[in-house]
Design a protein around this ligand. Structure first.
Ligand code: HEM
Length: 360
């Protein structure tokens, strides 16, 4: 007769709960009480990373389709699952507080036993970064990521991280989706009432928008118009240095950014709601990842001061660089620079509203 399902078997607790083996408890070492917490907390992180990657798989599967039916459950589920990822990262950020109950002296009792392993080698964390869209060339201190010697990755982990980096990231998939948005199809704009004189050779909507945006800028913000032209239409502003242009260069294409801005502007229309919430969730994930980096950095400073990390990086110095540099969706949150007040928004033509939907 088949055995009824048993809680511990279903969850494979035998394996999971047998996986906490503090090295300091091994023969010949001095037991360090807090090493158990250190292990459990890292394992809990890794389990949650696994769940995040699982949710991302679904999300990327949807965005990987050639066309997404806006009227199907797909986009709604994407939004829902991105929101789940947000909740998980919020929990992960809270967990730092538990580790903070370990004092630097408690940590010193077993720290040397870990060398040269480090959270730096978390394959799942690297896969998460790569899938979200962080590319090797955008990383702080790239050389660290190419190490397969002490403190670096195993050859197998290195290969699977590099293979993931070579695939399309969520950022690129979202970029393609945004580029496909049919907002500016000429036939939808036949009855549009233009408010500004003809200026730029672009779509009539953007010509209007640019005028309204310009009128709202203060004297000190004048150069933002040139930024606008570069970010959305690749017009290289006169007198800009290569460094200035580099700072304005985006991970998204100008066409994708135009769609994203359009969605943000008209987000109160029901037809833009889901798309807007998806963009907002990506911004939020980026924000929470950076919160985590900050909390981890502060904890590390407190725990080891300015000592080098067990993973052989410069320690807090490296983590600070990563915190500043490893944003993925900064270009989306940066679109706020180009918003105008709601009451000044051009009125959308009826034809556009009628036609918008559902296959993009
Ligand atoms: C006593 C607690 C901790 C200390 C002192 C610490 C220290 C460090 C240091 C110094 C680094 C830089 C790499 C190196 O040279 O080792 C690092 C990286 C990292 N640690 Fe921790 N860590 C702690 C806890 C954790 C926990 C609980 C996690 C959860 C998974 C974690 C995940 C990571 C990750 C993912 C990185 C890579 C960050 C990046 O490259 O942006 N760490 N840690």
């Amino acid at each position: 007769m088949e055995q009824p399902m048993y809680y511990g078997d279903y969850l494979q607790l035998g394996r999971i709960l047998d996986a906490q083996r503090p090295v300091s408890f091994e023969k010949g070492n001095e037991p360090a009480h807090d090493e158990m917490l250190f292990i459990v907390i890292h394992q809990a992180y890794e389990l949650w990373f696994k769940q995040i990657l699982f949710e991302l798989d679904y999300v990327m599967g949807v965005f990987g389709q050639e066309k997404i039916n806006d009227n199907s459950e797909d986009l709604n589920l994407v939004r829902h699952r991105l929101n789940r990822i947000i909740q998980i990262i919020q929990l992960l950020n809270q967990q730092v507080n538990i580790l903070d109950t370990m004092t630097p002296l408690d940590f010193l009792e077993f720290r040397n036993l870990l060398t040269p392993s480090s959270g730096f080698q978390s394959k799942q964390f690297r896969l998460l970064e790569a899938r979200l869209g962080l590319q090797l060339e955008k990383r702080h201190h790239q050389a660290y990521y190419k190490r397969t010697n002490e403190g670096g990755f195993t050859q197998t982990d290195y290969e699977s991280i590099t293979a993931t980096e070579a695939q399309k990231s969520l950022l690129q998939l979202v970029n393609d989706w945004l580029e496909r948005m049919p907002f500016f199809t000429t036939s939808y704009w036949k009855d549009y009432q233009s408010v500004a004189p003809c200026g730029i050779p672009q779509h009539v909507f953007w010509n209007d928008y640019r005028h309204i945006y310009q009128a709202g800028l203060t004297e000190r913000e004048r150069n933002k118009l040139a930024d606008f032209d570069y970010v959305f239409f690749e017009e290289i502003p006169a007198g800009y240095s290569p460094e200035q242009l580099y700072l304005l260069r985006s991970n998204f294409s100008p066409a994708a950014l135009r769609s994203a801005l359009f969605i943000m502007l008209y987000r109160d229309f029901p037809m833009f709601q889901t798309s807007y919430q998806i963009l907002d969730a990506l911004i939020e994930i980026d924000h929470l990842m950076s919160n985590w980096r900050h909390k981890h950095l502060v904890m590390v400073r407190r725990m080891i001061g300015m000592r080098v990390g067990t993973g052989n990086t410069s320690g807090a110095g490296y983590l600070e660089g990563a915190l500043n540099k490893h944003y993925v969706y900064r270009d989306l949150s940066g679109l706020s620079t180009y918003l105008i007040e709601r009451k000044k928004l051009p009125k959308l033509p009826d034809e556009l509203i009628r036609n918008l939907g559902f296959m993009h």
